[in-house]
Design a protein around this ligand. Structure first.
Ligand code: SF4
Length: 220
């Protein structure tokens, strides 16, 4: 299991209704709620972000395909909107995606473009099975710390902070193996791989102690 993004999307909200600062790999943007929902409309709301994700993924995927085919289609636009209704006591979300171009296309091209749009990654994600795993972390009380070293570094583990989300186990299983004793083998991967994996622990349960000053002088 490997995450799609090395750095998670990071969002923060304070007391100001409902300004969310979202950090992505190349900057920040604001998400908000419209005024009728108590926000200031300073940025797209979550539904808009979801539809934008589908619209942009559709456009990018179609552009890649059209360019590969060398079809003469200059501009494509997408309108995306949604509604929800209850069917058999189940909430069903219907998203309509309208794709337009000012250029003339053949019937064959039209059919193919619909297929390609339906195969774009976000389409497949929305129409496939998605599982949202939710964990909550707080500062926690620091207590026991355990160390597992390889001569250069030691992996520091704070059991009280570990939420057993198994990200380390899934992503670097040769080092983090919950069935082994001790459960961390710091000799089973390179120091750099271990440092990177430790940085992905979401709870702060893992840390690095630098035992060899040549690896990272003076930093714990
Ligand atoms: S990634 Fe962090 S919180 Fe998750 S199991 Fe490993 S040590 Fe625990």
């Amino acid at each position: 299991m490997e995450y799609k993004f090395e750095k998670a999307i990071h969002g923060t909200i304070g007391n100001e209704k409902y300004t969310c600062t979202m950090q992505w790999r190349n900057g920040t943007f604001i998400a908000d709620e419209p005024k009728k929902s108590g926000g200031k409309d300073r940025g797209p709301d979550p539904y808009t972000l979801l539809l934008s994700s589908l619209a942009s993924c559709t456009l990018i995927t179609l552009r890649m395909y059209i360019d590969r085919k060398e079809w003469d289609i200059k501009e494509i636009t997408v309108n995306a909107n949604m509604y929800q209704e209850t069917r058999n006591e189940e909430l069903v979300t219907i998203i309509d995606r309208d794709i337009r171009t000012e250029d003339k296309i053949t019937e064959e091209q039209r059919k193919r473009l619909v297929e390609i749009a339906r195969a774009c990654p976000i389409s497949r994600l929305l129409e496939g099975k998605t599982e949202v795993r939710t964990f909550i972390y707080d500062e926690g009380q620091e207590a026991k710390q355990l160390y597992y070293g390889n001569g250069e570094i030691s992996v520091k583990w704070k059991p009280e902070l570990c939420r057993h989300a198994a990200r380390c186990v899934g992503q670097l299983p040769q080092v983090f193996n919950s069935k082994a004793k001790p459960w961390v083998d710091a000799h089973a991967a390179t120091t750099q791989q271990i440092i990177e994996q430790v940085g992905r622990c979401p709870s702060g349960a893992l840390g690095i102690r630098y035992d060899n000053l040549q690896v990272k002088p003076g930093i714990e």
